[in-house]
Design a protein around this ligand. Structure first.
Ligand SMILES: [Zn+2]
Length: 228
């Protein structure tokens, strides 16, 4: 765990309601924390870099890419609480994110298997982290004094947020908690943060429910056959 002045520094999307961006945008993840979908995008990976992997759902025939267009990418950034770059910078930021997404995809499997991180990904992360700054300040409000952490992504833009999230993750994770959804037809992945590490589904509302219905039907048909 990385700590600054005794305060754990986790990904700012992980429910850290005091974290704001240098641009002055207050990140209010608390409200959306339990939302599995935001703006229609899946956000149940429990980590930003894993949520990025889940922007390519399989529709039964092919992999879609939800951030293929600059517009789609801007909407995803908004849902993730990451400030979007000016519109002329969006295509470059989107290309950078999509490129690293493929590196992260193979890394996900490497980490599950207990292997380390490949050098090209480390280089990508370090190049983006170079511009990221964390600023601390004590601020006073009605409830008292609190330590506010501000992330300045600088020239790295959205990729800086992804790089920072991955960097925090890689220093403190358990391989057995990196999982694929148990539905063989589903390509979603997640980090199981549950106490007992028993999560099986990307979402209970979709794949978990589908399984429940299938098992119910199987039981029912078994009973019907048994009666005959
Ligand atoms: Zn699933």
């Amino acid at each position: 765990m990385v700590t600054v002045a005794g305060t754990p520094v986790n990904g700012y999307f992980n429910g850290y309601k005091n974290v704001t961006m240098a641009e002055g945008i207050q990140l209010s993840f608390e409200a959306q924390r339990d939302e599995e979908f935001r703006n229609g995008f899946p956000f149940f990976g429990e980590r930003l870099w894993i949520d990025l992997l889940n922007t390519t759902p399989f529709d039964g025939e092919r992999r879609q890419d939800l951030v293929e267009t600059s517009d789609g990418f801007a909407k995803w950034l908004e849902a993730a609480g990451i400030p979007a770059p000016p519109s002329h910078g969006l295509p470059t930021a989107r290309d950078d994110a999509r490129k690293v997404r493929e590196k992260l995809r193979s890394t996900f499997e490497d980490l599950r298997a207990g292997s380390g991180v490949q050098a090209p990904l480390l280089q990508w992360v370090n190049a983006r982290l170079r511009n990221v700054r964390l600023r601390l300040a004590l601020e006073q409000d009605g409830e008292g004094v609190r330590l506010v952490e501000r992330l300045d992504l600088g020239a790295s833009g959205p990729s800086g947020a992804i790089a920072r999230d991955f960097a925090c993750f890689i220093c403190d994770y358990e391989p057995a908690r990196l999982k694929r959804c148990a539905n063989p037809a589903c390509t979603m992945v997640f980090y199981d943060t549950g106490k007992n590490n028993t999560r099986r589904w990307c979402t209970m509302s979709i794949c978990g429910n589908r399984d429940k219905v299938a098992r119910y039907r199987a039981r029912k048909s078994h009973r019907t056959h048994a009666k005959r």
